[in-house]
Design a binder for this molecule. Structure first.
Ligand SMILES: [Zn+2]
Length: 347
């Protein structure tokens, strides 16, 4: 039996108390004093889902001041040249390192927009079996066989944007992904405002960025119940600020992603701190950061019962160090190592 002590995220919000783990399952969540000496103390949470990544490009050598187009736009942005020329083993090594760092940071899985067609998906699946992979086709025209092949390995499709590809092509992909009951996601309004009606007509599972979106775009997104993955550090690298508070006010479920590995490491706690600072500067409430960091990320992949800790669930959880668990936001600036408790790990 192992005990963890601190602030626990439950269905009713955070409670002060302890979690007991028995046979790799949560056997008790109690309020009040921990009955035994705990193996870890802090904020006790389900493992996180990183809502948006590109995990293979950490070795790209960026020249400061490059624009979004120069750096990441397909097919000739610096990142794509790198991915084309890198060896399979170099890419797999980068993916593995990224996953290792993610896991150490209390992340269960990351939702990766995987470049390189079916092969890119295969490399990631081999390197990181637990990654959530959204592949991207490479054929110049819609090819249902290619999409089928990608979906054999991938969990869905992640598209660059409606500005980079023929809209009919993307619509055909979206139809096929929906029929296969897999995830369809797309970057939207990162560099310039893009037509949200076109995007929403494709019924995406979620969209990424929405930096240049207007209030009416955000309201339409909220109405369609399409969550947004926000990547603040990445946007700020290109001197853009995501309208996080407006998204929340419009009623959108906002999740947090760390985007390109070359711009931002897989540390959701420090990314949440950047997110929170921007949110507060926009007049928002920093407490939303918890919802964004834990609930909304997990909601993209899991059903309601897996969003909070409860008795009976697998004890895959993290304990974030925090000197004052009554002041949860204090945790965001705590650099001590996150304690990860996982049923498959010997703790
Ligand atoms: Zn992206």
């Amino acid at each position: 039996m192992d005990y963890l002590n601190g602030s626990i995220l439950t269905k009713d919000g955070f409670i002060e108390g302890y979690v007991c783990v028995e046979n790799n399952k949560i056997s008790e969540i109690g309020s009040g004093k921990c009955p035994e000496i705990p193996i870890a103390e802090g904020i006790i949470l389900p493992l996180m889902v990183n809502a948006h990544t590109h995990c293979a490009d950490s070795n790209v050598k960026i020249t400061p001041g490059m624009s979004i187009e120069e750096l990441v736009a397909p097919p000739n942005g610096l990142k794509h040249q790198y991915l084309k020329n890198a060896t399979d083993s170099e890419l797999k090594e980068s993916m593995k390192t990224y996953a290792k760092n993610s896991y150490a940071n209390g992340i269960e899985t990351f939702i990766d927009f995987r470049e390189g067609g079916e092969k890119g998906c295969r490399l990631l699946r081999e390197a990181v079996p637990d990654a959530t992979i959204l592949g991207r086709p490479v054929s110049p025209e819609y090819d249902s066989n290619e999409i089928d092949l990608i979906l054999k390995t991938a969990d869905g499709i992640g598209i660059s944007s409606i500005s980079d590809m023929d809209v009919n092509y993307i619509e055909n992909i979206a139809d096929q992904v929906r029929k296969a009951k897999k995830i369809f996601a797309i970057h939207v309004s990162e560099r310039i405002r893009e037509d949200i009606d076109t995007v929403l007509s494709m019924d995406p599972t979620f969209v990424v960025h929405m930096v240049e979106a207007t209030d009416s775009d955000l309201l339409k997104c909220a109405e369609a119940e399409v969550p947004v993955a926000v990547c603040t550090t990445s946007n700020m690298y290109f001197k853009k600020i995501p309208p996080i508070n407006r998204m929340i006010e419009c009623g959108i479920d906002v999740a947090i992603g760390t985007d390109n590995a070359m711009l931002c490491g897989p540390d959701l706690r420090s990314e949440a701190s950047v997110f929170s600072n921007v949110l507060v500067s926009q007049g928002g409430n920093s407490n939303y950061v918890w919802k964004a960091m834990i609930n909304n990320g997990r909601k993209l992949l899991y059903h309601q019962s897996k969003i909070y800790l409860k008795v009976g669930m697998d004890a895959n959880l993290s304990v974030m160090p925090c000197s004052n668990t009554h002041d949860l936001n204090n945790m965001l600036s705590d650099n001590r190592k996150i304690f990860r408790y996982e049923k498959t790990l010997k703790v």
